[in-house]
Design a protein around this ligand. Sequence first.
Ligand code: 6GU
Length: 267
Amino acid sequence: MRIDVVTIFPEYFSPLDLSLVGKARTTGLLDLRVHDLRDWATDRHRTVDDSPLGGGAGMVMRPDVWGQALDAILGSPTAPGTELIIPTPSGSPFTQRTAERLAAVPHLVVACGRYEGIDARVAEHYRAQGVAVTELSLGDYVLNGGEVAALVVVEAVARLLPGVVGNPESLVEESHGAAGLLEYPVYTRPPQWREHTVPPVLLSGHHGRIARWRRDQAFERTAALRPDLMRRLVPGDLDEHDRNLLAVLGWSVTDAGVVPGSETVAD
Ligand code: 6GU
């Protein structure tokens, strides 16, 4: 897979030389290139921004500079299988499902805005050219620019590429996987540390009971921390044991899906 990142802070991306992403780059699984947007500026000061039309605080990134950069990197016409990603707090939420979809795209180009963002005509222009353009947000808070989001996207996508994570089974049970539950708690040796012991079932060697306990823990954590994920559970995926536990945790499985409230009391 190829990923191009365009930014005014190329140094921000030095962590991508490290760890699994760094290894994926040196082994050729990931062709990641970081570009300095200012290389496409035309004035002596290499200016990339200007004041907002209509007034207001801050600065907006200029469409002409972005256009020169993206024409060069996307190619014209842009090859099929290329997607332009624009991190912005007003984008759609970046989730594990987004990462899974992007991991199957051959070429991603990530355009990092700073200041109040990139002139809106840039996304509009490349969409009109037939380029797939996705505006993504990490969550409901404001960062100073798209660089941290670009790092997040690169790491979340790269670890899904075949061969990047040594044991592909680590991708199966983790949080935000297919089951839609948070991950169960994990422990290692020693079985007693300070005053804290490990749940005895994990030392029992009984794989069926361990799997059941882990699933129960995942439900308890998800119910406590992420009611939004509880509502998205699929009733057909829930067995009778699951449903009994959910009732104890204050959730019912109905025709309308998983909803808060344990019991519907008939008059
Ligand atoms: Cl993708 N960009 C910025 N600037 N702020 C954010 C964000 C992105 N996601 C959440 N906050």
